[in-house]
Design a protein. Structure first.
Ligand code: NAD
Length: 350
């Protein structure tokens, strides 16, 4: 059996990737390595935990000895690396945590992979999952392409940019077979409710204020998480080594319009009067270094690998809102304890 290591598989995107690989590739043994930080939740992959080709490993990618031991023991054919500190606001209050996990953690994985690679082992590839935020911000026009220069503006995007550079450099310097993808904002089931769409869904349900940064004109491209998982599967199997692919939803929204859309959907589903939830919108102090607009040109992955989103934004949002309404226990568990303490610290003065 080919052993594939997926890191961060108990998190939002990772859980969808792990499920897809475990389900679609019974001849792979999928090792899901996750430290189970506040963002990691085994509930996200409960349905596949008894699968014969699935192994969960609790461990920290910043622990070099542990990572070296794991690679020596299992000689993974490939790595799909998603584990990361992923929340921009948290990176502003604790940047070092982002350097540790996103840079040092990635280095540990790269070094362990390189050691196998240099000992004539037929590994397939090191696949590093990254973000469009490494490109910085766009004005009103234009799109990020694979050749857009990196210009990260937050500690989160700087840490991801740094790890992207190390992966590429290991490809150039040591010949490591790597591939990188830079994707736009994801949304969907299992999304931790500190991020915009699940935060607003949760707050609308609970009739809590909807904190909108600045004037609400910040623009993001949104992609349904299962479409990202499909793209990751495609790139892992058919992408070219030493290449980067941008992944996006061709779906730009200003935050304020998106919030109003969600309010409308939930007013209907919750039997409220149209316009009722919009009254919860509260403009809050802007995030420092806030990027105005991200938008992805996904032409390369579309033309070379035939990938495009399989659902429209309307369909994806419908699935997402229904999932949150039908998984009240998941939401309740996640929005208690540590998460609530952090949430209170972030928003109590706004
Ligand atoms: P997430 O925060 O939901 O999940 C991250 C997972 O990594 C969690 O399960 C956590 O427990 C685990 N983890 C964190 N630190 C770890 C460590 N030191 N060792 C082992 N495991 C650790 O993140 P996500 O939104 O699912 O993002 C996954 C990846 O995709 C990240 O690399 C992120 O940069 C990238 N990405 C995310 C988006 C998005 O919109 N969410 C968009 C583009 C790219």
């Amino acid at each position: 059996m080919k052993k594939i290591l997926i890191t961060g598989g108990a998190g939002f995107i990772g859980s969808h990737v792990v499920r897809r690989f475990v389900t679609n590739y019974p001849d792979y043994a999928i090792y899901n390595l996750d430290a189970l930080t506040y963002a990691g939740n085994l509930e996200n992959i409960k349905d596949i935990e008894d699968s014969k080709n699935y192994v969960f490993v609790k461990g920290d990618i910043t622990d070099k000895d542990f990572i070296d031991g794991l690679f020596t023991e299992h000689r993974f054919e490939g790595v799909v690396h998603l584990a990361a500190e992923s929340h921009v606001d948290r990176s502003i209050t604790d940047p070092l945590a982002f350097v540790k996990t996103n840079v040092i953690g990635t280095m540990n994985l790269l070094n362990a992979f390189k050691d196998l690679w240099q000992n004539n082992w037929e590994g397939k590839r090191f696949y590093h999952i990254s973000t469009d935020e490494v490109y910085g911000t766009l004005g009103a026009e234009g799109l990020f392409t694979e050749t857009t220069p990196y210009s990260p503006n937050s500690p989160y995007s700087a840490s991801k940019a740094s790890s992207d550079h190390f992966v590429r450099a290991y490809g150039e310097t040591y010949g490591l077979p790597f591939v990188i993808t830079n994707c736009s904002n994801n949304y969907g089931p299992n999304h931790f409710p500190e991020k915009l769409i699940p935060l607003f869904i949760n707050n609308i349900i609970e009739k809590k204020p909807l904190p909108v940064y600045g004037d609400g004109k910040y623009t993001r491209d949104w992609l349904f998480v299962k479409d990202h998982a499909i793209a990751i599967d495609l790139v892992y199997h058919n992408g070219k080594n030493h290449e980067t692919y941008n992944i996006g939803g061709f779906n730009e929204w200003q935050n304020i319009d998106l919030v109003k859309l969600l309010c409308g959907i939930l007013d209907t589903k919750l039997g409220r009067e149209q316009g009722e939830s919009q009254q919860l919108i509260t403009y809050v102090k802007d995030r420092p270094g806030h990027d105005l607009r991200y938008a992805i040109d996904a032409f390369k992955i579309n033309s070379e690998l035939g990938w495009k989103p399989s659902v429209t934004f309307e369909e994806g949002l419908e699935i997402t809102v229904d999932w949150f309404l039908n998984n009240a226990d998941w939401l309740k568990n996640v929005t208690s304890g540590t998460y609530m303490k952090y949430y209170d610290e972030q928003y109590s003065d706004r």
